[in-house]
Structure formats: C-alpha cells, structure tokens
Design a binder for this molecule. Structure first.
Ligand SMILES: Cc1ncc(C[n+]2csc(CCOP(=O)(O)OP(=O)(O)O)c2C)c(N)n1
Length: 634
C-alpha cells in the first residue's frame, strides 16, 4: 500500500461533507481511509478485512443519505471503521479498541451518528424495521437503511426481519454486502444461491436438463425446446437472487459493483426512490479490498492482532503457552478418534473455536451452521436424541442467543449435549458486546445442566473428557487467551461430580476461585503469606453445578471468612450459588463472605489485563481483598 497524504480525510468533520466531493476526491478519500485503517489496526488489532471491503459503500452511503435525519444501521458493526473515520472520529481513531478510546463497534453513546448499538450479528433488519415504523407513526419522511453481510444474513433473525418487513410493506432499504465470506467462507444453501458463479452454473445445468426433457417429448419436443430457448432471458432472470427477496415482497436491485462509488451512488438513489415498500440492494464487494495481504486471505485478516503493515505479517506477541481454545480443539480431536459418536458443531467460527482441526480430520462429523447459534443448539439436540455426542463450541456471549434452545430442546429432555463455552469472562478489546459475563447465570439455574470451569489448560482436557462421559447436558466455560503453562497430564481423567480441589491448605481466610481465577488466587496467597504472615486456603470448586456442597460446607465450618472470585457476573453467578447454599443449610451466619466478580454494569473495552485490573480480578486485588477480610473490614 503506497503512502498517501491524509489531507482530505483530515478535513472531513461531518458526514455531510462527503456529498460535495468530486469523483476524483472520493477516489483519493477511499485511499486515505484505507491507509488509515491499515495503519491503526496494525497497531491496535481489530476487524481489518470487513472494514476495508466497504470503504466505497460507506462513501456512497454518506454521499446519498443525510445522517442528520436518515437512520443507518450496520449489522455486527465490525465493518464500520471507515464510517467512524468519516463521522467525526478521524482524530481519535488511533485509540480504537483501547481503554478509554473509541469502540470497535458502533455505539450510540460514542457518536450521534451511531444510530444503533451492535456487536452481535443479524439484528440490523429488525432494528431498522422498528425505526421505520417509528418514523411512520411520527409522520416523518426520512430513510432507514440497514447494511447486512451475506454471513449475517444466514441467521434466523435476519429472515424474521425480512419476513415482517415484507408483510408490513414499510419503506426500508436493506443493503446486502455480499462478499461470499462470513469469517470463513460463508456456508449454507443461501450463500450458494447468492453466488453468481454457482447460480450461473446451476442455471446452465438446469437449462440443459429442461431442454433435454422437452426434446425427449415425442413429436412436439423439438418445437417446445425451441420455444423455451427463445424464453431464455426470462428463465435466467427468474433464477437470480432477486427471486428470493421478491418472495419476501422486497423490490430487488442488483447485483452492483461495490467498489464503484459512482455505481453505488446511482443505485442507492434508485433504492431511495422506491416509495411503496422495502427494497434490497445487492452489492458485491471484495473482503479486504485495497490491502494485498487481506485480499489474498480475507478469513485470516477478518480480525487480526498487531502486524507489520508493509508485509501483513504478525508482530509476534504469540505466547509459547497454548491457548485454551487450541487445547480444547486438539483434545476434542483426540477423543473423537476413539469415539465416532462425537460431532463438532460451530456457528460460523471454526478458527475462533479451535474446531478447524476437527474439520480437516473428520469433515463428515463437522458442521458449521452459519451464524445460527439457536439452530446449532437444537440441531445438536436432534443428534443427541439419536445417540450421537454433539459438542457445540460457541463463545459465551453468542450462546446467550440460544437460551431457550438450551432449556427447552436440550435440558428438558436431558440430552447429552456438550457446550464448550469459549471466551467466558473478559475478552478484552472487543468490549461490552463480547465479554462472556453471563454464562454462569444463564446456565446454572437450568435443571439437568452440569457446568465445569477448568482452572488451566490441563484441567480443560479432563473437563472435556468428563463432559463427554456425562449422561446429560454439560457445559465447560474457559477464557480467551493462553493457558498457564502447566504440565499436561498424558491420560485424561473423568472428574468426580461435585468435587472441588483444595489447591493450597491454609488458615484464617478461604479463597474459592472459579476457573481461570484459581492460578491468580494461588499467587495472591503467596503475596498474603509474604506480606501478612499467614497463608490463606485456596479452593478450586471445578464444578459450578452440581455445587461441591460437602466441601463448601466443610470449608464454611472451618473458616469464618471466605473470599469468592469469579470472572463472570456477580449477580446470579457462582458466588450467589454459594450464598444460596450456605443460607439453605444454615451456615451463612457463621461466615463472612466477600465476593469479587463482574459488576452490575457493562464493562467496556481495553486489554484483558487492564480490564481485570479495573474489576479487581488480578492477583494483587485478590490479595488485598484477603487482607481486608482478615482485618475484619466490611
Ligand atoms: C451472534 C453472533 N455470532 C457470531 C458473531 C461473530 N462474527 C462476527 S462477524 C462474523 C461474520 C459476519 O459475516 P458477514 O455478515 O458476511 O460480514 P463480513 O465480515 O463478511 O463483512 C461473525 C461470525 C457475531 N458477531 N454475532
């Protein structure tokens, strides 16, 4: 990428300025925007390829629509970096995703131009339709525009939005950003349908079949075939993506070249002129456009860490210690080699969840459902009901979507589905929309569900083996990032239910530390011993459900001060479960319990370490809390 002076971009303070730019200026601005995105993301990490792919689309949207009154909703919002740069955030863009800096996603509290908060996929059409109804009820005239990717369009909610929009007939513009990619190449029948190459091949084949069939009809066949050939144009136009959206009662425009600002402006104006109902503008873009490494490997550059802009190569911050995710992926593979009932399921995130190893080794037992967490869970329930052992690997934040499916389709029937809840706890730079804060609360009250929280990568392997040996539903929650570099035991153990482990014997204060907080609690215990001269006990409950009641009761009888630490919401979390238990068995009056966890407010973005520091979850804060408890402070 050649260096360009950021002169035009520097002067754009409000989006309305884009409308007045000439074609040549728009071309230059696109170059400046791309260069700035690559520069900042190469330092801060972030969603590179999605944002590079929609630079011209963003410019055209700003040129055609008036964001002071028209509403624009980006689906997921990971592609909105150009939009941020052009809506008054060029000067602060270098703070992208950093603590106190601007968010990686549109956020109404950050800018009046971020019309709707996003981060999870496939909400844009529903939100836009709500805004369209609000507009009509207030007798206003502005436009409402949703921009949705072909990946996000695989989710049920997107179709629920299309369905109701068609039914209500509201004036609404949906721009489909079709780059044939989700994070990995897009999956599903729909994506094949949208793909022109495939549909052209399909049309050719279908046409051949139909003509062959007609010709085979005795006497009149040749004439019929001739007649049908004359109607070839209508045959072709019938089998296009438009047919799908027209069935939803949308007017369809496209496909349009998503890298020609002129073409985009022309077609956006056409879409804006549709007065009598919803319209879908189908735009084709290239993910990663304008930055050679991202164009060549858009899946890798979907979301990246720190890299060298000249080469695209990562600046190695790679820890020699394997991540929880990769240990999970490799262990699953090992278990699946011995058990052909194991099926791995991901909702559009094979790499993110570490299931890509499984995909390569056992393609027939691997399923990528697309961005369809709800469907993935019920699909797994179906498999489990027929004797298979489905392993559903979904991030904590995205599994929120499938709450009813977990309750109704899995737990109510006590089906042995294994939930591998990755990214549990604080995820860091992706911020509030992505933290795994709520999985303990949304899982622990469901009957039949078991929940394990491995403290490190070695325990993760035993937890996975245990979950797969379980007769009912079982979830394991583990965090984003590297393990603790612990020794890996060769053979896998089945962990006894409701049994925790005392990691360090001690006196005066007992620390119960859930999952990835156990090792920091051990470090905190060392601080306390050095600084205060006593050693607190450190207990790893291992099981969040069933609760290790007998061990907790023993601890409560021996210790009158207990500190509970969990990287998850305090409300309804593990510590709540312990308080409920102590209360129910009459032990609570004897124990002073202090709790560390995530507060009743949304934690923002920053590095994982900074956020753990802020929320009091690092070893230093754990040691300070022990000291407070020991002093008898409230
Ligand atoms: C509910 C939910 N599941 C998973 C994700 C993770 N995710 C973020 S972007 C993305 C792919 C989106 O593909 P597409 O809509 O085509 O946009 P593109 O990145 O190709 O521009 C996925 C799976 C998410 N944000 N929300």
């Amino acid at each position: 990428m050649t260096h360009v002076e950021n002169t035009l971009l520097r002067d754009i303070k409000t989006p309305s300025q884009v409308a007045g730019l000439s074609d040549a200026q728009l071309l230059q601005l696109a170059r400046e925007v791309r260069e700035r995105i690559v520069d900042v993301v190469s330092h801060n990490g972030g969603h590179l390829a999605p944002s590079l792919g929609v630079v011209e689309l963003t410019l055209a949207l700003l040129a055609v629509f008036d964001l002071e009154k028209d509403r624009l909703i980006w689906d997921v919002g990971h592609q909105a970096y150009a939009f941020k740069l052009l809506t008054g955030r060029a000067e602060t863009f270098h703070t992208l995703r950093t603590l106190g800096g601007i968010s990686g996603f549109p956020k109404p509290s950050e800018s009046p131009y971020d019309h709707f908060g996003v981060g999870h996929s496939s909400t844009s059409i529903s939100a836009a339709l709500g805004m369209a109804l609000a507009r009509d009820l207030a007798a206003q005239r502005h436009h409402v525009v949703a921009v949705i990717g072909d990946g996000a369009l695989t989710a049920g909610e997107a179709f629920e939005g299309l369905n109701l929009a068609g039914h209500m007939g509201k004036r609404l513009i949906v721009v489909l950003n079709d780059n044939e990619m989700s994070i990995a190449p897009n999956v599903g029948a729909l994506s094949r349908f949208l793909s022109s190459a495939l549909s052209r091949r399909w049309v050719r084949q279908a046409r051949k079949d139909v003509l062959g069939f007609l010709r085979a009809i005795p006497r009149i066949g040749q004439d019929l075939a001739l007649y049908a050939q004359r109607g070839e144009m209508s045959f072709k136009s019938f089998f296009t993506p438009g047919m799908l959206f027209e069935a939803f009662r949308f007017a369809y425009i496209g496909p349009v070249d998503g890298h020609s600002t002129n073409e985009l402006k022309r077609h956006l104006k056409m879409a804006a002129a549709v007065e009598d109902g919803p319209v879908l503008l189908h735009v084709r873009t290239h993910k990663g456009k304008g930055y050679a490494p991202a164009e060549a490997n858009p899946a890798h550059y979907h979301g990246v860490g720190h890299f060298t802009p000249e080469t695209g190569l990562p600046v190695s911050t790679l820890s020699p210690v394997p991540s929880f995710t990769s240990v999970f992926g490799k262990t699953l593979l090992r278990l699946a080699e011995k058990d052909d009932r194991i099926i791995a399921i991901t909702a559009a995130m094979p790499e993110g969840t570490g299931t890509e190893f499984f995909k390569e080794r056992f393609p027939e037992r691997f399923v990528d459902t697309g961005i369809c967490e709800q469907h993935a869970v019920t699909f797994a329930a179906g498999l489990a009901s027929r004797g298979y052992r489905p392993v559903v690997a979904i991030y904590s934040t995205f599994l929120q979507r499938a709450y009813d499916q977990i309750v109704h389709d899995v737990c109510l029937q006590n089906l042995p589905v294994v939930f591998c809840v990755d990214r549990a706890g604080l995820v860091g730079e992706d911020g509030a929309t992505h933290h795994g804060a709520f999985d303990i609360p949304y899982l622990r009250h469901i009957p039949n569900m078991s929940i394990l929280a491995p403290r490190d990568e070695n325990m993760l392997r035993h937890c996975l083996a245990t979950a797969l040996a379980s007769a009912g539903p079982c979830a394991l929650r583990y965090p984003r990032g590297s393990g603790y570099g612990v020794k890996m035991e060769e053979s896998l153990r089945i962990l006894p239910p409701a049994q925790g482990e005392i990691l360090l014997d001690g006196e005066a204060v007992a620390i119960a530390a859930v999952g990835n907080r156990a090792h920091p609690a051990l470090e905190a215990a060392r601080f306390v011993e050095e600084e205060l001269g006593f050693r607190p006990l450190v207990f790893d409950p291992v099981w969040i459900k069933p609760l290790p009641e007998a061990m907790l009761a023993d601890i409560a009888r021996c210790f009158d001060k207990m500190l509970i630490v969990e990287e998850g919401s305090l409300a309804c979390g593990f510590s709540s479960a312990v308080l409920e238990f102590l209360n129910d068995v009459g032990l609570s009056p004897g124990v002073r319990v202090k709790r560390l966890g995530l507060p009743d407010s949304f934690v923002g973005h920053g590095s994982q370490m900074q956020l753990r520091e802020l929320t009091g979850l690092r070893s230093r804060s754990i040691a300070d809390a022990v000291a407070e408890l020991a002093r008898g402070a409230k």
